[in-house]
Write a protein that binds this ligand. Structure first.
Ligand code: HMG
Length: 391
């Protein structure tokens, strides 16, 4: 039975901070960001946008194209959860009005959890071909002001329907995976912002990629030549080039800079504008490849590398299906990116790094910044109150 990604759509926030504005404020040459890490803008979520509203915005258009009452599970991967107990999937289930015969769960392991959710969803469908699983990877990446990670912040949610006979990508059996207990990036429960050992995290990412790749080749018998395109977890856009250089070295393949650029650029386009979206970043990269590839991808094998700090990683593959172009949300993806409003540095600090008044007392009324169909309206008696606006 063929199982895989039937539809994919992503959402981001309505605001961005330009890395030009950021560079000017910090007195740093902007090319450190444009060229050095490959970032132009970062999506900034205002206080009334969280991973639930981003997830709802990402999932709603998919549900208009399938029998929404047939969704049997919602697997939501995030490391920016809004509650330690109730899963974000439960809030989402309510906001989207899904059928009550449904399972709801939130998954966590840094940026890796989206790939874990995908694997779990595949397992459900293989066990019962009637399952239609909504997988969502959603995050708001937040580092301390003036920390090394600040320039790589961003946010986004990628929603996917996983079912049999998928219209976009058939996921193939077999993958490579690797784990190690390391402290490269983490966020203790009492912190709003992540802690990172930036340079070390990049080294751990690359080492994990090499080990994962070796495991993949042993497990599947496939090699570099069997794969047409590569999508990587993108904590910053330039990471794809670092990763691919490391992978080609292990695989014993030689690529010119131009060849590497042509191979990776379609999958990098959106991340350059969004910044890191943690769990969502790999899947936004995959959507970017489908939307921006310069050739028909039908029959092409895509390799996807998921890395989550701490760390766990997995390399898996899928084959693009005939007619996939008829089921993409390319126009909407581009529209969202183009229609974000710019922030100046003071506005960014106010929206992204200022706690709403009354948060720890569980009594907050949030001003309307979020222009999307779903917003966090208030927190009352420690309960989050969301609203759905009609179009
Ligand atoms: P940094 O100290 O800000 O920057 O750290 P740098 O001085 O290393 O410069 C970055 C690059 O820009 C360098 O190129 C410079 O040469 C270049 P490279 O040596 O890397 O090829 N550069 C310039 N280029 C052109 N013109 C200029 C110029 N100036 C400098 N004027 C770092 C960079 C990535 C460490 C930092 O941004 C950071 O801490 N980021 C957060 C952590 C991170 O993204 N880690 C990646 C791997 S871990 C991961 O992916 C997991 C994660 O997503 C979390 C999760 O799993 O949940 C983070």
């Amino acid at each position: 039975m063929n199982v895989g990604i039937d539809l994919i759509h992503f959402a981001t926030s309505d605001y961005y901070l330009g890395l030009d504005t950021f560079a000017e404020e910090k007195g740093i040459d902007v090319n450190k960001f444009y060229v050095g890490i490959g970032q132009e803008r970062m999506s900034i979520a205002p206080p009334d946008e969280d991973i639930v509203t981003l997830s709802a915005k990402a999932a709603a258009p998919l549900l208009d194209q399938i029998e929404r009452d047939k969704i049997t599970a919602v697997l939501l991967a995030t490391e920016s959860g809004v509650d330690q107990s109730k899963s974000a999937s439960a809030y989402l289930h309510g906001l989207l009005g899904l059928h009550k015969n449904c399972r709801l769960i939130e998954l966590k392991h840094a940026c890796y959890a989206g790939a874990a959710a995908l694997q779990m969803a595949q397992g459900l469908v293989h066990a019962n071909p009637n399952e239609k699983v909504l997988v969502i990877a959603a995050d708001i990446a937040k580092y301390d002001v003036d920390s090394s990670g600040e320039a790589t912040q961003g946010c986004g949610a990628a929603a996917m329907i996983i079912k049999k006979d998928p219209r976009l990508l058939v996921l193939e059996p077999g993958s490579g995976f690797y784990a190690d207990d390391v402290m490269d990036f983490w966020r203790p429960n009492y912190r709003e912002t992540a802690l990172v050992d930036g340079k070390y995290s990049t080294k751990v990412y690359l080492n994990s990629l090499k080990e994962t790749w070796k495991h993949f080749t042993i497990n599947t018998g496939r090699g570099y030549e069997d794969i047409d395109y590569f999508c990587y977890h993108l904590p910053f856009t330039k990471m794809a080039e670092k990763a691919h250089k490391a992978l080609t070295k292990v695989a014993g393949v030689s690529l010119s800079d131009e060849e590497m650029k042509a191979l990776l650029a379609p999958g990098q386009a959106y991340n350059r504008q969004l910044g890191n979206s943690y769990t969502a970043s790999l899947f936004i990269g995959f959507a970017s490849l489908l939307d921006n590839a310069s050739e028909d991808l039908t029959g092409k094998r895509i390799g996807l590398f998921s890395y989550g700090s701490g760390c766990v990683s997995e390399f898996f593959t899928g084959v693009v299906q005939p007619g996939y172009q008829d089921h993409l949300f390319s126009d909407d993806h581009r529209w969202q990116i183009e229609h974000r409003a710019p922030l100046n540095y003071a506005e960014y600090l106010q929206l992204y790094h200022t706690q709403p008044e009354g948060l720890y007392e569980g009594q907050v009324v949030l001003p309307e910044y979020n222009r999307g169909p779903f917003r966090l309206k208030a927190i009352k008696d420690h309960k989050r109150l969301y609203e759905r606006r009609e179009a």
